[in-house]
Design a protein around this ligand. Structure first.
Ligand code: HEC
Ligand code: HEC
Length: 404
C-alpha cells in the first residue's frame, strides 16, 4: 500500500517535472564530426585577419597628424565642450570599459535612445553610429557636442572657449594655423582633431591575429595562439554559425546594415528607424564627406554618400558591429539589450525573443540550435578577438592640450 502510494507520488512528481520543464533541448546542428581535421577555408580566413593597416581618410587632412591627435585626445576628455560642463565624450565612451558605456542606454544630459558603442576600431568603419548617421569619424564627433540628450553644447560657445582659453588656442593654432573666423569651419576642425585621436584607438595582435598569421604563412604568426576550444569555436563561426554572412572583414563587420529584430530594452524606443533615418541624416548634413568642410569633396566617401538612397527596406536596420575587443564592453546590441555574450549567443541560437513586428525580416538569420558545448566554444573564440591593451597614455586625458 505504502509502496503504491510512493510510486503514484513519484509518477505525479515526474509528470509535473516533465510538464513544468522548459522546452526540450533544441536539436543540435550537424557539426561534422571530422570538422577539426578539415582543411581551414583560407580564403575566408584571409577576409577576417590579420588586422590590416588603417585605411586613409582623405576627408580629414589632419587624420594622421600627431599634434592633431594629441589635441583631439584633450578634447575627448574636456567636459567644457558640454552645455553644463559635466559631460565629455569619455563619459559615455569610457576608456576603462573598452571606450563603450556600462549602461544599456546612454545617459548624458538626459536618457538617449541607444547604447554607446565602442570607439576602438571605429576608424575602420565606413558609416558611424548604429544607423550610420555619419560618414567619417570627424563628422560623427560633431553630433554629440550639440545633441540635447548627450552634451547639449553649442558650437558658438565652444568656439568662444577655444578662442579664449590660451592653451586650447595654442593647441588649435599649432595644428591649423590661425583660428578661422567662421564658426562652422572651426567646429569641423575640432571634429577632425578628435578623429585623429580616435584613429589611434586600435587594439592589434589578438590571439586570433597571431594564429591566422601562422595559418596564412605570414610573418609573426603563432600556431598555438588559439587553443583547441577556440579553434572549434572558429569552425562554428565560419560554418554552421553562419556568422560571416555579416561579421566578415578585418573588424568582423561587413560595414553594412541588417535588421536582426532584436528585442527592445525596456528603456529604449520601440520603433527606432535605424538606417532609414541614418541615411537621411548623413546625406543632409553639411559636414558629410561631400560637403564644404570635407577635405576630399570629390573622393570615394563623397561619391558613396551622394549615391545613398533612403529605402524603406532599411527601416530598423543597424550596422553590423565589430566583434573585436568584446570582453570589456558589455552590454551588447543597439539598445544594450544583452547584458553579456552568453545572452547574445542564446538569442542567435533560438531567435525566440525576436521582435517580429517589422515586415522586413532579415532572411539571413536562422536559429542555430547549437548545444551548450558548441556555444561555449563560440564564445571562447569571440574572446580570442581581444587585441593587445592600448598604451596607458592613450586611455586618459593628457596633461595639456599641447605636447611638451
Ligand atoms: C551621452 C553619451 C554620449 C556622449 C557624451 C558621446 N557619445 Fe558617442 N555615442 C553615443 C551613442 C548613444 C552612440 C550611438 C549613436 C547612434 O547610433 O547614432 C555613439 C556613437 C559614437 C561613435 C560611433 C562608433 C561606431 O563605430 O559607430 C563615435 C566614433 C563616437 N560616438 C564618438 C564620440 C565623441 C568623439 C564624443 C564627444 C565629442 C562622443 N561620442 C560623445 C553616446 C555618447
Ligand atoms: C544577418 C547578419 C548577421 C549575422 C548572420 C550575425 N550577426 Fe551578429 N550582429 C549583426 C548586427 C546587425 C548586429 C547589431 C544588431 C543590433 O544592435 O540591432 C549584431 C550584433 C552582434 C553582437 C553584439 C556586438 C555589440 O557590440 O553589440 C555579437 C556579439 C554578435 N552579433 C555575434 C554574432 C555571432 C557569433 C554570429 C553567428 C552565430 C552572428 N553575430 C551572426 C549582424 C549579424
Amino acid at each position: 500500500m505504502r509502496r503504491t502510494l510512493l510510486c503514484s507520488l513519484c509518477l505525479v512528481l515526474g509528470l509535473l517535472w516533465v510538464l513544468c520543464d522548459k522546452k526540450p533541448e533544441p536539436p543540435v546542428a550537424p557539426v561534422p564530426a571530422t570538422a577539426l581535421e578539415d582543411p581551414w577555408p583560407l580564403d575566408l580566413l584571409r577576409h577576417l585577419g590579420p588586422l590590416p593597416p588603417l585605411p586613409a581618410d582623405p576627408t580629414n587632412s589632419v587624420a594622421d597628424n600627431p599634434a592633431a591627435a594629441h589635441y583631439g585626445q584633450w578634447l575627448f576628455f574636456d567636459k567644457r565642450l558640454s552645455g553644463d560642463g559635466e559631460v565629455s565624450c569619455a563619459t559615455c565612451h569610457d576608456p576603462e570599459h573598452g571606450f563603450a558605456d556600462t549602461r544599456p542606454i546612454a545617459l548624458g544630459k538626459a536618457l538617449g535612445e541607444r547604447h554607446a558603442p565602442t570607439v576602438i576600431g571605429s576608424a575602420y568603419q565606413r558609416w558611424l553610429g548604429w544607423g550610420g548617421r555619419a560618414d567619417s569619424l570627424w563628422m560623427q564627433a560633431l553630433g554629440p557636442m550639440e545633441n540635447e540628450v548627450e552634451m547639449a553644447g553649442d558650437r558658438q560657445d565652444i568656439a568662444r572657449l577655444v578662442r579664449s582659453d590660451p592653451l586650447l588656442r595654442q593647441a588649435h593654432e599649432e595644428v591649423y594655423g590661425e583660428i578661422p573666423k567662421d564658426v562652422d569651419t572651426l567646429f569641423a576642425q575640432l571634429g577632425k582633431a578628435i578623429a585623429a585621436y580616435e584613429r589611434l584607438l586600435i587594439q592589434k595582435d589578438s590571439p586570433f591575429d597571431l594564429w591566422v598569421r601562422s595559418i596564412l604563412d605570414l610573418p609573426g604568426g603563432d600556431p598555438t595562439a588559439l587553443n583547441e576550444e577556440q579553434q572549434r569555436g572558429l569552425r562554428i563561426f565560419l560554418g554552421p554559425g553562419r556568422c560571416t554572412l555579416c561579421h566578415l572583414g578585418p573588424t568582423l563587420s561587413d560595414l553594412e546594415f541588417h535588421n536582426n529584430q532584436l528585442p527592445t530594452h525596456p528603456d529604449g524606443p520601440r520603433d527606432d528607424a535605424g538606417r532609414y533615418r541614418g541615411a537621411r541624416l548623413v546625406q543632409e548634413s553639411p559636414f558629410n564627406a561631400a560637403g564644404p568642410y570635407s577635405d576630399a569633396p570629390e573622393g570615394e566617401a563623397a561619391k558613396r554618400v551622394r549615391a545613398l538612397v533612403q529605402s524603406s527596406e532599411s527601416f530598423g536596420e543597424f550596422r553590423t558591429p565589430t566583434l573585436r575587443n568584446l570582453a570589456r564592453r558589455a552590454p551588447y546590441g543597439h539598445q544594450g539589450q544583452f547584458p553579456d555574450l552568453g545572452s547574445v549567443l542564446s538569442f542567435y541560437n533560438t531567435l525566440e525573443d525576436q521582435d517580429l513586428r517589422s515586415h522586413h525580416q532579415e532572411q539571413l538569420l536562422q536559429p542555430l540550435r547549437l548545444d551548450s558545448a558548441a556555444l561555449g566554444a563560440l564564445e571562447a573564440f569571440l574572446l580570442a578577438l581581444e587585441g593587445r591593451d592600448l598604451p596607458g597614455h592613450l586611455v586618459q586625458a593628457p596633461v595639456a592640450p599641447i605636447r611638451d
